[in-house]
Design a protein around this ligand. Sequence first.
Ligand code: C2E
Ligand code: CA
Ligand code: CA
Ligand code: CA
Length: 274
Amino acid sequence: AKQAGRATYRIFEAKMDQELQARKALEYDLRQAVLKHELEVHYQPLIDLDSKSIVAVEALVRWRHPSRGLVSPMDFIPLAEETGLIVGIGEWVLEKACTQALSWPQLRVAVNLSPIQFRNRDLIETVRDVLTRTGLEPARLELEITESVLINDASSALDILNALKDLGVRIAMDDFGTGYSSLGYLNSFPFDKIKIDRSFIGDMNGKDKSSAIVRSVITLGQSLNMTTTAEGVETAEQATFLTQEGCNQIQGYYFSRPIAADEFTIFLENWTGF
Ligand code: C2E
Ligand code: CA
Ligand code: CA
Ligand code: CA
């Protein structure tokens, strides 16, 4: 039995070793990716429901891996966060997105901030520098953060958000409804926008609980004077429901997947509403 146990342990060890190797390899590749310019930013439109016009884009990072193809951020952001690489990647995405936004003069650009970036001492300076370097009007930049950045140290989170607001940028709460005690946060932090998580949108059928939740978040946003955005809109029915309920903006595959900048320029030129 002891013998078998040792053998099992060796197999376990070997497996751990393999996983560690794979992780190390991915980490090495990711460091190279940054140096070899394999990262790209794709853009997805946000549509204003009053005017039926495109008012903003969300910048979403992708990795064009030489052998793996286009790698989803879900497959490398966690590693980038664990290794700290996200700080450099995040700054690169921010600068790329702000520069790109200059060629779409009427649009705001939304950039995701990782909790790791959020806790980095240099965040405020980085954002200020990028705005200065690119010349993008601060009010055209929207930073998306999730509730998780608020839980550990609410008072320093508030300081950071206030400092960002002082730069003139806008702050959006991303993935609203998936985190912890969302309602209190809306009250205590200076959010300009609530993004209703796509899990609620995908579940809606008009009479169910998800529709009721979406409806109340829209009402909540209205009374708190925040813009409401629904993400993950995939059908005409969802778009109609959200329009009826007074949601301000929608985003989703129904209009466009995230696409490369030149593709988006064409998309924008051809947009005639929906
Ligand atoms: P997120 O911030 O919630 O971004 C929205 C995600 O929903 C994007 O996935 C987008 O492609 C996807 N999406 C948009 N419309 C639809 C739809 O109609 N249906 C469905 N099923 N999905 C839709 P993506 O691009 O794979 O990004 C995943 C996550 O990775 C993002 O979620 C965000 O948390 C993170 N991420 C992406 N880019 C960055 C970045 O530059 N920095 C950081 N820190 N995180 C990023
Ligand atoms: Ca987002
Ligand atoms: Ca989101
Ligand atoms: Ca998300």
